[in-house]
Write a protein of this length. Structure first.
Length: 263
């Protein structure tokens, strides 16, 4: 076997290779603008275009004229410096943020390993929050009941599963968030590399689980990173963002080269 064949074989072993032609994520000329105000009162009044007191400070385009599409089964790394617009892009995929102009189309069940504890009701127990999150995601009661034991087991919460979440440590909350996100068999998985869940032992377990999902050929993965070997290990494609704009889109090796040379 020649060295290029050996490299190709190695690539095949590590990265997802069967990518379908079906487009599951499409950004068309997307701009996301955040307005900045002196204080929360100004921000609130800004919603009604009422800012006579001059609390409007300016605006930031977190994403600017961003267009790209992702096919089912692709694993794409988003590279860029702090503030480049990576999180904002992913938030528009998960539906937490909406474009100021342009369109975002997403097809399939999205699971986000970003802000794991957002949306939990701290007065409810862990078990009740599983049901609540399931309902919000449109799952049927029977489906939630089926997922529940696996989530509880993965989160390792013991008796705390029936205690109000306000009594949980921050690591315990994140563990439940992670366990839920990976239990629902996502079709699109959004991962922030900076994600930290619980202690070291639990983090190892999470990384293992993320690896398993990422290797599933039918799952589309979006991965946020500051250029790392993990992205090269799992992703076949890299998109480099700079001040909200796409400045490179190509194979992961070319993308990390571009990023390392230019930033
Ligand atoms: N809610 C918000 N209100 C105002 N500005 C925001 C908001 N969210 C993001 N921004 C701004 O938008 C820009 C892009 O931010 P974003 O979080 O998407 O960058 P990032 O590439 O994920 O950065 P990092 O690597 O630091 O996580 C930054 O200038 C940031 O300050």
């Amino acid at each position: 076997m020649s060295s290029s064949e050996a490299t190709a074989a190695e690539d095949k072993r590590l990265r997802k290779t069967s990518i379908s032609d079906e487009v599951v994520i499409e950004f068309d000329d997307v701009t996301k603008t955040y307005n900045l105000y002196k204080n929360d009162r100004g921000r609130f009044l800004g919603i009604f275009n009422y800012n006579r007191k001059g609390s409007f400070l300016g605006s930031v385009d977190a994403c600017k004229n961003l267009s790209f599409s992702v096919k089912k089964g692709e694993a794409v790394a988003f590279l860029g410096r702090n503030g480049a617009g990576k999180s904002t892009t992913l938030k528009m995929v998960t539906g937490v943020a909406h474009p100021t102009s342009g369109t975002v189309k997403v097809k399939g069940r999205v699971s986000a390993l970003l802000e794991l504890t957002a949306g939990f009701d701290m007065q409810l127990t862990g078990r009740e929050n599983i049901a609540l999150r399931g309902q919000i995601m449109g799952l049927k009661r029977a489906e939630i009941k089926e997922l529940e034991p696996g989530i509880i087991e993965f989160a390792e919460l013991g008796l705390y599963i029936d205690q109000p979440m306000r009594t949980y440590s921050s690591g315990m909350k994140a563990r439940l968030g992670f366990a839920f996100a990976v239990a629902i068999e996502p079709e699109i998985l959004v991962v922030d590399e900076a994600l930290s869940v619980g202690d070291r032992a639990f983090q190892r377990k999470c990384i293992e689980r993320i690896r398993e999902i990422m290797m599933d050929e039918t799952v589309t993965v979006l991965f946020v990173t500051h250029a790392s070997s993990t992205a090269q290990e799992f992703c076949s494609r890299g998109i480099v963002l700079d001040h909200g704009q796409k400045v490179f889109d190509g194979s992961i090796n070319d993308a990390t080269d571009y990023y390392e040379k230019n930033y």
